[in-house]
Structures are given as structure tokens and as C-alpha cells.
Design a protein around this ligand. Sequence first.
Ligand code: ATP
Length: 277
Amino acid sequence: MNALELQDITVTFRSKDDPGQRYTAVADTTLRVGAGEFVSVVGPTGCGKSTLLNIGAGLLQASSGQVRVFGEPLTGINRRAGYMFQAEALMPWRSALANVMVGLQYRGVPEADARDQARSWLARVGLSGFEDRYPHQLSGGMRKRTALAQVLALDPDIILMDEPFSALDIQTRQLMENEVLALWAAKRKAVLFITHDLDEAIAMSDRVVVLSAGPATHPIGEFGIDLPRPRDVAEVRNQPRFVQLHADIWAVLRDEVLKGYAQQLKKPVLSSVEGAA
Ligand SMILES: Nc1ncnc2c1ncn2[C@@H]1O[C@H](COP(=O)(O)OP(=O)(O)OP(=O)(O)O)[C@@H](O)[C@H]1O
């Protein structure tokens, strides 16, 4: 069973000021994430990775194509998914505990229960004792842990992650990646993970999908990652099979990365954009 299925998705943005000016970011893309599967999407900068994630989240409507969530057509927001974005999503005026509680309260969980669950999720991401700290009193890694607890507390069936650790230093990043893998192994949710870091994609995933450079981005390669689990993201990089997979995927990705840079320079600037056409 597919947890998330994006079928024949095309996304065209148009300018508000000049509706004739259009940019097709994604074209005819089909992408599936099985229940319990960890899938990463890699591609050159600006190719359309976040656009695809936003489609899966129901935050953006495709110009054409279909999204299915556990077999059902998606209309509106994907309520079976939790999201973790690159940008900080914590509320600065709420403590770590209150930040983790907020989604639960919104769902109608009674205050005392929400507090207990939030406390236990903070403990699971290594933040016992930091419940009362405000985001500005936490390190970047701790804020990411809090955001992770916030997502996991809602127990989503699908987790959508858009370069969640790209702002972290390499050691903290690897710690967080290992923590995500351990939590994922325990619960086996479907994960769609967006990254431009091929090492991270291989180390974490069951499958890596490579996107072409834009415009009209589409998948150009798909690689099953047959490295044994559990994995330590730092150590797995030394395995010969990792090195082989990296070489195979990079052979497909390299030209797209170069095209992606060239495209970024040429692309028309759509200053005020209405959204998908
Ligand atoms: N609302 C929008 N209006 C106009 N163009 C957009 C909009 N959102 C995205 N784009 C364009 O669509 C393309 C894909 O953007 P997207 O953010 O999905 O790429 P990405 O692969 O996630 O980028 P990065 O690697 O830099 O995070 C880009 O060229 C971007 O400029």
C-alpha cells in the first residue's frame, strides 16, 4: 500500500501582473512512498523539491495530476502528514513544552494529557530538563529536536521533511539524522525526505529518487538503497556499497546540478505570483 502517491503531477506558476508569464516547475512527475518506507528526493538547487513536498502536504495544488493518501484522493490539507521544514517553526513566546503541546491541544487533547505526552516526546528526543526553555534559550540542534518532537507527538502516518537539518553543523546534523532513523525504525512511518545532500539521502533512505534540473523537473533515476539497518549515518559512509551507490547516483545527478546552476541564472523572475496555474 502506498502511503503517498503523486501521480503525473505538473505545477505551473504564473505571474499575477502578467498572466502570460509562466514557469513550469514540475512536469509529469510520479512519486510514491510506501507505508513504512523512507524515500529521499535529491536534485539540483531550485529544481522543484519543495514544490513536490508542498503538493504532498496539500499546501499547494497541482496544475494537473493526482495525489492519493493511503489510496484516497487528497483534497485540501493532508491531515495524515506531519511536516518539518528547513525554517524554524517554533513559536518564540512558548516554552519547548508548550510548543510541543500546541498541536495536541489543537486536536482537542485535554491539557494534562497533552502536557504528559509532550513531556514524554521531549524526553525521547533527548530534551528532558529543557521543557521550560524558550526557543531563544535553546541551541539550533535543540530547537530542531523540539520541532521533531512537535511533529512526532501528533503521530502522523506520513512525515514530510524538507532539508530539516541543513542549518546545523555537521556533528549535530549526524546526531539528529541517527535519532530520526532510530525513531523511524521504532514506528515505521512513511517518510518523504527532501535534501540536496546525496550522502544524507543514501545514509538514511530505502530509496533515493533523483530529479532533473528545472524547468519541467521530473524524476530521472531511482535507486534502491540496500545497505543494512540499523545504520549509523557517519559510519555507513565508509562501506564499499555506500561508495558504489554514491558513484552510481552522482553519475546521474552531476549533469543536472550543473544545468541547475545555469538555469537559476537564466530563469525569468516572477515577482508576484498567484500560485499554481
Ligand atoms: N510560488 C512560486 N512562484 C513562482 N515560482 C516558484 C514558486 N515556488 C517555487 N517557484 C519556482 O519553482 C522552482 C522550484 O522551486 P522549489 O522551491 O520547489 O525548488 P527546490 O528544489 O526545493 O529548491 P532548493 O534546492 O533551492 O531548496 C524554482 O525555480 C522556484 O523559483
